[in-house]
Ligand binder design. Structure first.
Ligand code: 5GP
Ligand code: ZN
Length: 113
């Protein structure tokens, strides 16, 4: 989608600090990090959010989580980390291209605000 921010980042039209890429996924540093590690992992294919995911997206959703675990391991987040998908306005979703947040490197309060 040409008017989608994360599609444009995936396409290289908007610069981002890439940390990982494969055929289906793209990961980059959040522009406004909420923790020492704050990575966004997105599918390359446009999908507006978790609410729009279908049964056929199950493997892709699993890949997002498993890639977060691999990146956390690579970052040495041995004390723990959090993966988050914000869905809709009540959760503060601000970019409507599915993305998994990987946060770590500091103690993370629970429940989130
Ligand atoms: P959401 O609030 O939708 O769950 O998360 C969107 C995230 O995208 C936010 O954490 C925000 O800081 C990040 N973000 C917004 N615009 C950009 C951008 O242009 N580049 C990068 N790298 N991150 C962005
Ligand atoms: Zn998109």
């Amino acid at each position: 989608m040409s008017d989608c921010l994360f599609c444009r980042i995936v396409a290289g039209e908007i610069p981002a600090r890439k940390v990982y890429e494969d055929e289906r996924l793209f990961a980059f540093e959040d522009i406004k990090p909420g923790a020492p590690t704050h990575i966004l992992i997105v599918p390359k294919r446009h999908l507006a959010g978790l609410a729009e995911a279908a049964d056929g997206d199950a493997a892709l959703l699993g890949e997002l989580q498993l890639r977060a675990a691999a990146l956390a391991q690579a970052r040495g987040l041995h004390g723990g980390y959090r993966t988050v998908v914000n869905v809709g306005p009540d959760a503060g979703q601000s970019v409507f291209h599915l993305h998994l947040h990987l946060l770590g490197g500091r103690p993370l309060a629970w429940p989130p605000g």
